[in-house]
Ligand binder design. Structure first.
Ligand code: SF4
Length: 221
């Protein structure tokens, strides 16, 4: 059951126009520049509760030294922590990345699985990260990564009324035509980082304002 959003084709094409001059979110950028699921997975773990402006350069700095599961598995933990230090919770994230790298080498022939359920079994990998790896690392058309921007946007638009990103993912899959799933995260994250800000969004500059109910928006500019 898909295709229940009125004017969705028009909305998507307006959003594409709106975001074309903004910076690409880190997930897409790493996916496009590396075409490598392991690097997408690592940068996604680094990005949790950290701004893209920090995650992007730190991911590239790490990948310049080590970019395969074998290389990261061999790297001393202290060195890994030192490189990723600017991201929030760097100690825990470095530990998790190292455990995952070792697991991949040992049990997965150093390849990141392209199966959503298998990805979810890795410690520190939740639905959002698994969906990001599927879309940006394995180029899946069957997944929608839902972060805070992708959760907030359809609620503000008045398409859905959900409290939790997992619910949003479920509801979006019912109402968003499948041909838009793969590109949706990138588009909405860019829109959310630049226009539909968490507080005081730039509704006057928004290309799709006439389609939006602004549900829950108390103040805008
Ligand atoms: S009109 Fe405002 S709340 Fe609605 S999508 Fe645009 S920026 Fe977001």
């Amino acid at each position: 059951m898909t295709g229940k959003i009125k004017d969705i084709g028009r909305i998507i094409s307006l959003l594409k126009k709106e975001v074309k001059d903004f910076e690409t979110p880190v997930g897409t950028e790493i996916g496009e520049s590396t075409r490598d699921a392991f690097q997408v997975l690592v940068s996604c773990i680094l990005s949790l509760r950290t701004k893209d402006t920090t995650t992007g350069p730190i991911s590239h700095k790490l990948f310049a030294v080590a970019k395969t599961p074998e290389q990261i598995a061999k790297m001393p933990l202290k060195k890994l922590q030192e490189i990723v230090r600017p991201v929030n919770y760097y100690k825990t994230k470095a530990e998790r990345i190292k455990v995952i790298a070792k697991q991949l080498v040992k049990d997965y022939n150093s390849k990141v699985p392209s199966n959503f359920e298998e990805l979810m079994e890795f410690k520190g990998v939740g639905r959002k990260t698994a969906n990001i790896v599927m879309v940006y690392g394995h180029f899946s058309k069957d997944h929608i990564p839902v972060d805070i921007h992708v959760h907030r946007f359809p609620n503000r638009m008045g398409w859905i009324k959900t409290k939790h990103p997992d619910q949003t993912e479920e509801e979006l899959k019912k109402i968003l035509p499948k041909k838009y799933w793969q590109a949706f995260n990138d588009l909405i994250v860019t829109h959310g980082q630049n226009i539909c800000l968490p507080i005081n969004p730039h509704c006057s500059k928004c290309f799709i304002k006439k389609y939006c109910k602004k549900a829950g928006v108390k103040k805008n500019r």
